[in-house]
Design a protein around this ligand. Sequence first.
Ligand code: ATP
Ligand code: MG
Length: 425
Amino acid sequence: MERTLIKDALQKKENTKVLLKGWIHDSRDLKKVRFIVLKDRTGRIQITGINGKTASTVFDEMTSFTRESAIEVVGTIQDSKQAKSGKELLPESITIIAKAEEPLPVDASDYSKSDLANRIDNRFLDLHSKKAQSIFRVQSTILQAFREFMTKNETIEAIFPAIIGASSEGGTDVFEIKYFEKSAYLSQSCQLYKQMLACSMEKVFAIFTAWRAEKHNTLRHLNESRQLDYEEAFADDKDVMKVLAECMKYMIQRVLDQNSEELEFLKVNLKIPKTKYLTFDEVAKLMKKEKIKIPEHDLSGEAEKKLGDLFPDTIVFVTDWPIKGKPFYIMPDGENSKGFDAIWKGLEISSGGQRIHEPELLKKQLKANGMDPKNFKEYINSFKYGAPPHAGWALGLERITMLMLGIENIREVTLFPRDRDRLSP
Ligand code: ATP
Ligand code: MG
């Protein structure tokens, strides 16, 4: 017999015989009646054993299965007034496929009380829970929607190296690794590579893993995070901010369309955001009025939070950022720059801007940032042969997942987080 998925089984007429495969979510023994709630990737169904009606061999063993064990059940579909879905399964045979040992190291029920660290330690089992499944289904939709949006907009997808010979962002927060007889680094971003592609193929996107050896331990930082990257030629900061706003709206709409069940389970009221553009100077003035101190060339976490409070359900683009607060590759514009940050729900979700495409200016900016242009020779050379103006951004996958779902700790929306203390599972 072929397997039927639970969602399809729930559509079958009474007395249809089906074979289901899944996990035991819950079981109850009311002596004369015994229930097992079976779950698979498509839903849940109640298996009802009745003393005297169900074969005694099957009825007897119904109390012996442990939660989260994988089983195979053959039985017939019945209409049921009591069962939530209106249908139940009367079992003819139950076969254990893989037994779950007891006790379970982590509570995988719907309202698990296990703490997050324990859940991540036992992610393999935590992923049996509706909460974890809901989060990562939504994240999967975000990723697929990103690809879809970019593909529809004739953007090509690229994959970039994770190991590089020189630090890409110039900062100190890089992980050094041994690479045969040399030193190498884990990539902090795909900045330089996506620029090369933009300057040849015009529009490029990537889903890129970035490593940062930042020692801070916060609710919004990981040492390994995923970025949704975009870069476009013949474009400036304003052009790519529009793309980012459209892309965010598209991804959120897809989550609303595809994950209503998950959003309901997680009790999230997700809305399509509005967009607002403020210059850094305007934001600085706003913060002064609100008595929030900010660094001269940057926004503090408190300032980001305030922007979230002042402009709810809005992606706030903070534009014309002071050049001193942006990386060397951002195009200067007097004292300011063509760099921006996007803040949503009180958190930075993306940084981007127009890049420098002129070798001489790039050298000047490297020096201004205390870096030696000699160490960036290859990068600088790549702009000597017909490199047009271009712009782009990087959007944090885990950041937007946590914000969409109202989850406070970034580790919860990361399958296998890497932070200061965690390297496993
Ligand atoms: P922050 O100021 O919040 O530390 P950043 O300015 O250092 O972030 P960018 O280099 O601008 O980060 O990276 C682009 C995006 O990638 C950020 O806007 C954010 O959404 C995400 N991101 C960056 N660093 C991290 C990190 N350590 N953990 C999780 N997400 C990150
Ligand atoms: Mg940033």
